[in-house]
Design a binder for this molecule. Structure first.
Ligand code: HEM
Ligand code: HEM
Length: 254
């Protein structure tokens, strides 16, 4: 496999091997946290241990960071290698800007995790979101805007922003019932978006050709589902199909 193809599967690999298992754990803990609270509120005794809430948050923080991380990896790959123009073909100022945006977005997410005061949490979550959106708008990123409702890009950016938002409002979820409900509703949506990412990501992986195949595949007309036919290189296959080669074969002379 070409190194460029290997780099291209780092993002899907990390999503499948690390992010999705974490989603499973976080959702399971979320369910138990809610069940436990509802049981206690109705005066019942709960068999669910009190630790589930804290575990949900601990792994939730890892999940949020990982989702933003694999999103940035996918964007970096798309901007650097996918058509056109590739990163190194862009004007130097644009390259500097893109590199700066990656650094600024990573720094914003880092400071969001450190921030305690509401103002700073708002500032760094907005900066992280703006960073993701600007990087997503760069050339090379396959956005599928005309089919946004099945776009791996739009769902991916949306779920990454929802994760940033979860970290930003973390203390409010404990303080205020309305924020807890908002968290529940938004992250139920995030759960559905994760499922959609599994489907659209697998589809995109199927659609992206290997590096050496790209020069041929990108000549094809995707609307018409046809590819330019080169008779010279296809001659043996055509002969095979027509049985010409077989007829000339010594074993055929009976
Ligand atoms: C797919 C992802 C997630 C889903 C479906 C989800 C869902 C939930 C649910 C259902 C609850 C219980 C609400 C209740 O008791 O009424 C909850 C609690 C909570 N979640 Fe999440 N959540 C997700 C991710 C996250 C993330 C990424 C964070 C933070 C980084 C987070 C932070 C919290 C906090 C602080 C609580 C309150 C815990 C407690 O009461 O002990 N969640 N979440
Ligand atoms: C948490 C889940 C995921 C998120 C948030 C996510 C997000 C993204 C984003 C924002 C992009 C850039 C848009 C583009 O260039 O097309 C992307 C690209 C891509 N994703 Fe995902 N993705 C996730 C899971 C997956 C999975 C499970 C697969 C495959 C099994 C996958 C395969 C791909 C492929 C093939 C690309 C295009 C190549 C690349 O840029 O690396 N993704 N993803």
């Amino acid at each position: 496999m070409d190194p460029k193809d290997l780099l291209g599967i780092i993002h899907p690999f990390l999503a499948v091997a690390f992010v999705f298992p974490m989603v499973g754990i976080v959702v399971n803990m979320a369910w138990q946290t809610r069940q436990r609270r509802l049981q206690l509120e109705s005066g019942e005794k709960s068999k669910i241990p009190p630790i589930v809430g804290r575990e949900h948050v601990k792994i939730g923080r890892w999940l949020a960071g990982s989702v933003v991380g694999i999103t940035l990896i996918a964007l970096a790959y798309a901007i650097t290698f996918l058509p056109d123009p590739k990163l190194y073909e862009q004007p130097p100022l644009q390259i500097v800007f893109i590199l700066f945006m990656f650094a600024a977005t990573i720094a914003s997410v880092y400071f969001l995790y450190q921030a305690r005061e509401l103002t700073w949490r708002v500032v760094f979550s907005v900066l992280s979101t703006v960073g993701l959106v600007i990087l997503g708008a760069q050339d090379g990123v396959y956005r599928r805007t005309d089919e946004w409702y099945i776009s791996h890009f739009y769902f991916g950016i949306a779920v990454a922003i929802l994760m940033v938002f979860s970290v930003a409002i973390l203390p409010e979820i404990y303080r205020d019932k309305r924020w807890r409900i908002a968290h529940l509703v938004l992250n139920t949506l995030a759960g559905l978006l994760f499922v959609a990412q599994g489907f659209t990501g697998a589809r995109d992986l199927l659609e992206i050709p290997l590096y050496w195949q790209k020069q041929y595949i990108y000549k094809c007309d995707w609307e018409e589902r046809t590819c330019p036919f080169e008779l010279q290189s296809s001659q043996p296959q055509i002969e095979n199909l027509l049985g010409l080669e077989a007829r000339n074969h010594p074993n055929f002379q009976n």
